[in-house]
Design a protein around this ligand. Structure first.
Ligand SMILES: Cc1cc2nc3c(=O)[nH]c(=O)nc-3n(C[C@H](O)[C@H](O)[C@H](O)COP(=O)(O)OP(=O)(O)OC[C@H]3O[C@@H](n4cnc5c(N)ncnc54)[C@H](O)[C@@H]3O)c2cc1C
Length: 297
């Protein structure tokens, strides 16, 4: 890993050594990354990536860490966190260009001010623009795919590509066109709507989340994808698993598909509960669940 330090010094991207990833995930679980980078611009990151990949050093990308479960061993290599790749979204008529690190709630606040509609569903999703494109985040019957129309991607050799995308390029909770690349920017196609009406929708969505999701606790959102035509949270509830506890992790009493960290939960605590869910739902309903969260182990 000495070589990684030399490459990073040469590229002048700010970095820290042995950084605890628990601090960068909403679940609050995860050991150290050997190196953590927080680039504020793309060119120095591109230079760093080219060097790192040339040396065969593993690199992983991190947004807001809100759909991520990281092992207690952490990550051997370089984690690139996009939290500092932020700035005001650029609005041109009804198209909005936003940097990867901007959080969806901040983006929605700005769009409300600009009277632009299409991302109201995303206000309560604590992800970044980049991570949410990659995950095709969605709620209330809508998702990123209905408004993302262009992405800027950075590959692991440091090359930048602008790509036009359609709704059909996405899949449920995924964006295969991203591949191993980083999303550094996205362009959204919005529609005009009165700010007051947008605000009314946001209030309704906020109320719904307050009623149906755990509040004021650490989690990584939904652990499992909804199986076709079904709902993972409901299956977990019907399997009688709400409230099950392993160490300091618990299956939320409010929403069965959320595992919450009661304080100091380990990776094994969280994954133990995830395994319990998978096995019981398969046994009780014959349904094989697929993970929605991304696991770094
Ligand atoms: C309380 C709560 C509520 C939630 N509600 C919802 C919801 O309603 N709907 C929903 O879909 N999700 C929900 N989530 C999950 C999560 O917020 C979304 O999946 C979000 O889109 C993840 O974005 P992120 O930036 O946090 O990604 P991360 O968790 O940081 O990363 C997720 C994946 O994306 C990759 N990635 C991150 N940034 C980039 C980038 N710039 N380029 C390429 N790859 C990248 C990572 O390597 C990883 O594979 C919720 C989570 C919480 C904690």
């Amino acid at each position: 890993m000495e070589k990684a330090g030399e490459i990073l010094d040469a590229s002048r991207v700010p970095y820290e050594k042995s950084f605890p990833l628990a601090r960068l995930t909403t679940l609050g679980v995860g050991g150290p990354a050997d190196f953590l980078l927080r680039p504020a611009a793309v060119p120095p990151l591109a230079q760093a990536l080219e060097g790192l990949i040339g040396e065969g050093i593993p690199v992983a990308f991190l947004g807001a860490g809100s759909n991520l479960v990281v092992s207690d061993a952490g990550f051997r290599g370089v984690v690139v966190c996009f939290s500092d790749l932020v700035g005001e979204p650029h609005v041109e008529e009804h198209r909005v260009r936003a940097p990867a690190g901007l959080r969806l709630p901040s983006l929605v606040t700005r769009l409300t001010r600009f009277a632009l509609s299409g991302l109201e569903w995303a206000e309560g999703v604590p992800g970044s623009v980049g991570g949410s494109v990659r995950m095709n985040a969605g709620a209330f019957g809508d998702s990123m795919q209905s408004s993302v129309r262009e992405v800027t991607l950075l590959d692991r050799l440091g090359r930048v590509e602008r790509l036009k995308v359609e709704a059909t390029d996405f899949i449920y909770r995924g964006a295969p066109f991203v591949g191993e690349r980083a999303v550094v920017e996205a362009v959204f196609q919005m529609t005009p709507r009165a700010s007051k009406e947008i605000e009314e929708t946001l209030v309704a969505y906020r109320d719904h989340r307050k009623r149906t999701q755990p509040q004021g606790v650490r989690s990584s959102g939904c652990i499992w994808k909804n199986p076709p035509g079904s709902n993972a949270g409901r299956l977990i509830q019907e399997a009688g698993l709400k409230g099950s506890t392993r160490g300091a992790a618990r299956i939320s009493e409010v929403h069965g598909n959320f595992i919450v960290n009661l304080g100091g939960a380990s990776f094994a605590d969280v994954m133990g509960l995830a395994d319990l869910i998978r096995e019981k739902v398969l046994k009780d309903f014959g349904v094989t669940l697929e993970k929605e969260v991304v696991v770094w182990a």
